[in-house]
Design a binder for this molecule. Structure first.
Ligand SMILES: O=P(O)(O)OC[C@H]1O[C@H](OP(=O)(O)OP(=O)(O)O)[C@H](O)[C@@H]1O
Ligand code: HPA
Ligand SMILES: [Mg+2]
Length: 172
């Protein structure tokens, strides 16, 4: 797969280093709080696994999935954990248009969480359609379609250990 995608946009070592930094920051920020991490499947699966183990707190962990309903609106599944009085940190792979993040923030806030913040591995500001800012960001990426480390193109390439720009030669 390396040959198809050439040089990584963000290497595995850079991801590991940045996650260590984010873990230290989140550990300090949530030291006195009732932290529940909520991973957004599928894209955030790799980031959740690594970031959760870089946070030195007894955090709860849960997952949600997103889907699109008959009206073309994005919806989320209901978390299994009770979020009342919890400080929720949503873990996302990327914020692009901001539509997914907006729906997640609105819905989880309605479930009675004390606070809801978002940590995204990647931020693509040029893709933004809604005014959404992540509270923690791993890396800012250019306005290109990126894959790897959880991010897919047609459900493939999630397992790449680094982030790359999709090469047209990958085909369909
Ligand atoms: O900011 P946005 O434009 O809303 O895009 C970001 C969202 O889109 C992707 O998920 P997708 O719904 O494709 O599903 P996946 O996580 O299963 O890949 C990505 O994982 C984010 O969740
Ligand atoms: O650049 C991207 N790559 C993969 N999935 C995505 N979902 C929104 N933007 C992207
Ligand atoms: Mg996703």
């Amino acid at each position: 797969m390396e040959k198809i995608f050439g040089k990584p946009l963000i290497t595995h070592d850079e991801i590991v280093h940045r996650i260590r930094e984010l873990g230290i920051q989140i550990t300090a920020d949530y030291a006195q709080k009732n932290l529940i991490l909520i991973g957004v499947l599928k894209g955030a699966y790799a980031f959740v696994a690594d970031l959760s183990r870089a946070i030195g707190l007894p955090a709860g962990i849960d997952f949600i999935m997103t889907s699109t309903n008959a009206h073309g609106e994005k919806t989320i599944s209901t978390p299994t954990m009770d979020l009342r009085s919890a400080d929720v940190l949503v873990i996302e792979d990327i914020i692009d248009s901001g539509v997914t993040a907006r729906v997640i923030l609105e819905q989880l806030t309605k479930l009675g969480a004390e606070s809801v913040k978002i940590c995204a591995l990647l931020d693509k500001p040029a893709g933004r359609k809604l005014d959404i800012t992540a509270d923690y960001i791993g890396f800012s990426v250019p306005n290109r379609f990126v894959i790897g480390y959880g991010l897919d193109y047609k459900n493939k390439y999630r397992t790449l250990p680094y982030i790359a720009v999709l090469d047209e030669r990958a085909g369909s």
